[in-house]
Ligand binder design. Structure first.
Ligand code: NAP
Length: 263
């Protein structure tokens, strides 16, 4: 894997994923050469993990691999602004087409790590599936080397597969996080600690991974306990948004177990 250390990597982006990539590449002997962070307030975060933090695309030096770890909407425009040649430019998005970063002077690709990243958590990259895709075989091989240096789970995914995974990831991660936050908000109003739910959260996640999802569902909608559902909705009268979500998910579970299916 000495090959990987000779690959010159740069990153554009000062957010969650850019930070985690910079950190994990550095700790695996592939410190990024330059990282473009347009908000100087975040430069301190990135300085330990690259040779140089820069402000503008004009400052980018030649590199083998450039990551665009930026908002999805910025990817295409940025790829066109970059004045490099013979560089493999990859975006990190689950939902953009692979060629979103295409431009005539460079090759394009995708490097999509399927995990939720923030700057304050340090997930074990080795366990994170990284879905890669590239314009040609040589670029794909380069990505395979770099991804293989930080994860033992590197896979090829075409656009439809990656986009499908992204929708599923929004359900399991972003939506469940929003539901946790909703529960926390509700409990705070009644001065009940969220920590009482920690074992339940852990068991729910473990059960989803380890057992059959259909049979694992529990709760009032699953049992069709109508009086309990009504009493919950009464308790949520002062929280119309939460009540709406409660009704929507209750109806989803009810349809699944009591209308469409004869168990
Ligand atoms: N976080 C995750 O869990 C995760 C997981 C897998 C893939 N991804 C993908 O990774 C990409 C980045 O996500 P993120 O979570 O890291 O987002 P983020 O934390 O919001 O960071 C986005 C960064 O992009 C910068 N940026 C936006 N437009 C730019 C431009 N024109 N020039 C230079 N910098 C620009 C932003 O700068 P400002 O702060 O100045 O606006 C910010 O630093 C997205 O494509 C996302 O789909 C994210």
């Amino acid at each position: 894997m000495e090959q990987a250390k000779k690959i010159k990597i740069s990153i554009i982006g000062g957010g969650n994923l850019a930070f985690q990539l910079a950190r994990v590449f550095t700790s695996n002997g592939m410190m990024p050469s330059q990282i473009l962070v347009r908000n100087k307030a975040f430069w301190d975060d990135f300085e330990p993990f690259c040779n140089e933090v820069i402000l503008k695309t004009q400052q980018l030096e030649a590199c083998d691999l450039l990551f665009l770890a930026v908002n999805d909407d910025a990817v295409s425009e940025l790829a066109k602004q970059v004045k490099l040649t013979n560089t493999l430019i990859v975006h990190t998005s689950g939902s953009l087409n692979a060629n979103a970063a295409a431009c005539p002077e460079n090759k394009y690709g995708v490097f999509y790590p399927l995990q939720t990243f923030s700057k304050v958590r340090f997930p074990d990259f080795n366990e994170i599936p990284i879905f890669i895709q590239a314009e040609d075989e040589k670029s794909f091989e380069l990505l395979k080397i770099v991804a293989g240096k930080i994860s033992k789970n590197v896979q090829l995914a075409n656009d439809p597969m990656r986009k499908t995974l992204h929708v599923a990831a929004v359900f399991v991660s972003n939506f469940s996080h929003a539901l946790f936050a909703m529960a926390d908000e509700y409990l705070k109003e009644q001065s009940v600690p969220f920590a009482h739910l920690h074992p339940l959260i852990k068991e729910t996640v473990n059960k989803a991974i380890e057992t059959d999802l259909y049979h694992g569902q529990t709760g009032p909608a699953r049992r069709n306990d109508i009086k309990t559902i009504e009493s919950h909705l009464k308790m949520l009268e002062q929280h119309p948004e939460k009540a709406e979500i409660y009704k929507m998910l209750t109806s989803y579970i009810y349809q699944k177990y009591h209308r469409d299916k004869h168990e």
